[in-house]
Design a protein around this ligand. Structure first.
Ligand code: COA
Ligand code: AMP
Length: 635
């Protein structure tokens, strides 16, 4: 007998118009769509063309008008500042409407871009929703990125206004944001007209007269602004993510498909209803934060938690259990690395015993491979289903998951279970044909992608085609390799490009190589991700120095570590590098990064047939030994 998941998945693939059209009835439209799936410009598929709506209306006003005005919409829980603040739907709507008015006073209108560079404070959420209210396009930049990364995004998005704060707080360290913002604007070719700054009490930012405005002042002068209807296909936001070069890709999200898909996922995937408390312990700077701190829980009428803290150290490894118990969280979404951090500090989950977790029903993990140890520890300690789901910034929501609101499948370790409704997944071989069950290949999704996924890259249709659609015509390339087993379970093994996942943060080793190569003493280099017990992966660098360089290697290593921190940011976690005489390469000159990685991780590896001088691997193994890797060799 078919279960609700099979029925939903089958219909979503066989009749996408019927499936998504029915779901879209649950959202508020100011004008109904003409077409559900518009395939008139293949492979640029669009959803709900002709329809008009406002995303902010669907997130806030709809619930106020529908009688949920006094229900908490957002709970700001900040152990790093000892603050707890609740906004009801009515209060959040009013704050957002007023800030929308403030942005409008600065000339921001439909289609204009606004960059948001902020820590995890309510003003970040308010700024995002205020943009949505005006039909303006926000681009949130994660606070752990350094000035040059912010400058690249400002240059590409060309914002009229930047919204920022005086500082972020990393456990107990105050990190001033304003010098980074000023530095980025100095570097950027395209300058914003205004910056609106939230002055936090722990650090006052220097304001640039004529350009910078205080959040409090602009709010005091503003009048509430109403929702501006936009086309379903108009952009809601741009979110930059690592590509295979130093230039990040501007993933675009539209308005209509996004509301429809995200609202649907709250019940279908997370099994939560309006009124439930939902917590995504991520950051608004990442896609998980966009989708599941801000938008989806509010579309559904849930209470969302905005947590400014870390899984450990704020104050201890019991903070997640404290938040779950205190606010009655039903579902938590975070990255496996957060659980590894907790497990390391509190292996027996002793701190959990202090809290009543009876309202907690499921844990969802994503962002990186879920290692079986962490899965079992979480299952054992929490006694609730632990759901791995597979995601990308590009997709905006899960590609493969155990749909808890449809049918709970038995969990298989190492698998995010089955394709989510709307996703028609295949593993393709080198001949670009679907592989038999169990065989590893390129994981791809047959077009069209479901609503809520990226329609293109910002101002870059050719880049969209090149990055995702050209290699496997008719399919979206996920750039993940893996397989689908005979029961339809998906297994995601590794990236097929140079992307690594460090503590659930997506980074490009190619971008780091560009920085190392920029050092005056470096002739060539390689950066690769090696296994790390806490962060999943961390980058390490190999450098061949220019002939005649006699400076201390330690000095040079310190300098390149500082360069990566200054140019990409602390989030890169680039702390280790070593100097080697040469790098192993194929005869065509390609550095054998994969082999070095296997040696570093103590995995089985084979001597590549194309290597003329095998001694080079002894040199690499010895170099890895000096930085704590490749303890035993298994060639
Ligand atoms: N602003 C400024 N700096 C930031 C920052 C921010 N928003 N976020 C991180 N950083 C800094 C950190 O302070 C750290 O700096 P350091 O090198 O000076 O110590 C560096 O960037 C690396 O940060 P992170 O990778 O987060 O490591 P960590 O050691 O501080 O914490 C974890 C490790 C596991 C506790 C942490 O990564 C975590 O909570 N992860 C949760 C997963 C997550 O949120 N994933 C997002 C996708 S779901
Ligand atoms: P991001 O765009 O930061 O969400 O990173 C997306 C990448 O993270 C994917 O392409 C995968 O490589 C990896 N990833 C995300 N979720 C999972 C998961 N559940 N299992 C394995 N890898 C994952």
């Amino acid at each position: 007998m078919t279960n609700p998941y099979d029925a939903a998945h089958g219909q979503s693939i066989n009749d996408p118009n019927g499936f998504w059209g029915r779901i879209a009835e649950d959202c508020h439209w100011t004008k109904r769509w003409n077409r559900v799936l518009d395939d008139s410009r293949k492979p640029f598929y669009r959803w709900f063309t002709g329809g008009e709506l406002n995303t902010c209306y669907n997130a806030l006003d709809l619930h106020v008008d529908g009688g949920r005005g006094h229900q908490p919409a957002l709970i700001y829980d900040s152990p790093v500042t000892q603050t707890l603040k609740t906004f009801t739907y009515l209060q959040l709507r009013d704050e957002v409407a007023r800030f929308a008015g403030a942005l409008a006073n600065q000339g921001v209108a439909k289609g204009d871009r606004v960059v948001v560079y902020m820590p995890m404070i309510p003003e970040a959420v308010i700024a995002m929703l205020a943009c949505a209210r005006l039909g303006a396009v926000h681009s949130v930049v994660f606070g752990g990125f350094a000035a040059p990364e912010l400058a690249t995004r400002i240059n590409d998005a060309k914002p009229k206004v930047v919204v920022s704060a005086s500082c972020g707080i990393e456990v107990s360290r105050v990190i001033p944001y304003k010098p980074l913002l000023d530095g980025a604007i100095g570097m950027a070719g395209s300058k914003p007209e205004r910056c609106i700054i939230v002055q936090r009490p722990m650090c006052k930012a220097e304001m640039t007269p004529g350009r910078d405005l205080d959040w409090g002042d602009v709010m005091a002068k503003a009048r509430p602004h109403d929702c501006v209807p936009v086309q379903a296909t108009d952009p809601l936001y741009i979110l930059y993510t690592s590509g295979t070069t130093g230039i990040p890709k501007g993933v675009v999200r539209d308005n209509g498909g996004h509301v429809v898909a995200l609202k649907y996922t709250m019940k279908a995937i997370y099994n939560v209803d309006a009124g439930d408390v939902y917590w995504a312990a991520s950051d608004v700077g990442w896609v998980v934060g966009h989708s599941y701190i801000v938008y989806a829980p509010l579309f559904k009428g849930c209470t969302s938690i905005l947590f400014e803290g870390k899984p450990v150290g704020t104050p201890d490894a019991g903070v997640f259990w404290r938040v779950i118990a205190q606010h009655g969280v039903k579902a938590l979404f975070t990255a496996p690395t957060a659980f590894r951090a907790i497990k390391r500090e509190d292996p027996n989950a002793a701190l959990m015993k202090n809290f009543d977790l009876s309202r907690f029903k499921a844990l969802f993990l994503a962002g990186e491979r879920l290692d079986p140890d962490t899965l079992r520890w979480a299952q054992r300690s929490l006694g609730v289903p632990v759901i791995d789901h597979w995601w990308q910034t590009e997709t905006g929501w899960a590609i493969a998951t155990n749909c808890m609101g449809l049918h709970h499948f038995t969990v298989k370790e190492g698998s995010p279970t089955k394709p989510a409704p709307g996703w028609n997944l295949f593993a393709l071989g080198t001949d670009k044909q679907p592989l038999a069950a169990g065989q590893i290949g390129a994981l791809v999704a047959r077009l069209p992608l479901p609503p809520g996924t990226l329609p293109t890259l910002w101002n870059n249709d050719p880049g969209f085609l090149k990055s995702y659609l050209e290699e496997f015509p008719g399919y979206y390339k996920t750039a993940d390799a893996g397989f689908i087993d005979p029961e339809g379970y998906v297994f995601v093994m590794s990236r097929t490009d140079d992307i690594i996942n460090v503590a659930g943060h997506r980074l490009s080793t190619g971008a780091m190589e560009e920085i190392l190569a920029d050092h005056q003493d470096v002739a060539e280099c390689a950066v690769l991700g090696v296994e790390d017990v806490l962060k999943g992966q961390v980058p390490i660098g190999f450098m061949v120095l220019k002939a005649g360089v006699t400076r201390s290697h330690d000095e040079i290593i310190k300098e390149v570590v500082a360069m990566v921190r200054d140019r990409i940011g602390p989030v890169a976690s680039f702390k280790t590098a070593t100097v080697v005489k040469r790098l192993p390469k194929t005869r065509s000159g390609k550095i054998l990064r994969g082999t070095i990685q296997k040696i570093a991780d103590n995995k089985e590896w084979k001597m590549p047939a194309t290597i003329d001088d095998p001694v080079i691997f002894d040199e690499i193994t010895a170099a890895l030994g000096t930085i704590g890797y490749a303890k035993e060799r298994k060639a």
